[in-house]
Design a protein around this ligand. Structure first.
Ligand code: FES
Length: 146
């Protein structure tokens, strides 16, 4: 067995430690690069609004597909929109909008969510993912990407 207090015999061990540190650094850089590639797989969604669109009036909703899953878009004003995940955080039920209560809900077990996605009642304990939505009378864009 080598005594690593002897400098001459421990150069191999020192070299091993230096190479290990460099390898670990490279792994961290690789993973951070993968993280940015992972984030870019999500793409923003733009939905056109016409006379027949449910988003043509305040309180109207549309469920759209996105790279992050289905999203419910709600028109809250002339040019104001909110967007949340269409998947209930309890057990994955479909999110709907109750215009009278002015909140989202899940018909499976009656979880309720405020329009910002936060919980308002029912068995779901986690909020819905929410997305920035900007638009006009003729279209809305949901920011899904980074
Ligand atoms: S799945 Fe939505 S409340 Fe249970």
């Amino acid at each position: 067995m080598k005594d690593c207090n002897e400098i001459v015999d421990c150069s191999g061990r020192r070299e091993f430690l230096v190479k290990s540190a460099m390898l670990a650094g490279g792994l961290v850089l690789t993973l951070s690069g993968a993280g940015s590639a992972f984030a870019s797989r999500f793409e923003d969604v733009t939905v056109a609004i016409n006379d027949k669109s449910p988003l043509n009036k305040v309180g109207g909703t549309a469920t759209v597909d996105s790279s992050a899953g289905k999203i419910v878009i709600l028109r809250t004003g002339d040019a104001a929109f909110v967007a949340v995940s269409a998947k209930c955080t309890h057990k994955g039920g479909p999110i709907k909008y109750d215009a009278d209560a002015k909140q989202f809900f899940c018909p499976w077990h009656d979880s309720k969510y405020k329009t910002d996605g936060s919980n308002a009642g029912g068995p779901a304990s986690q909020p819905l993912a929410s997305y920035k939505a900007t638009g006009s009378a003729t279209s809305v864009t949901v920011k899904v990407g980074s």
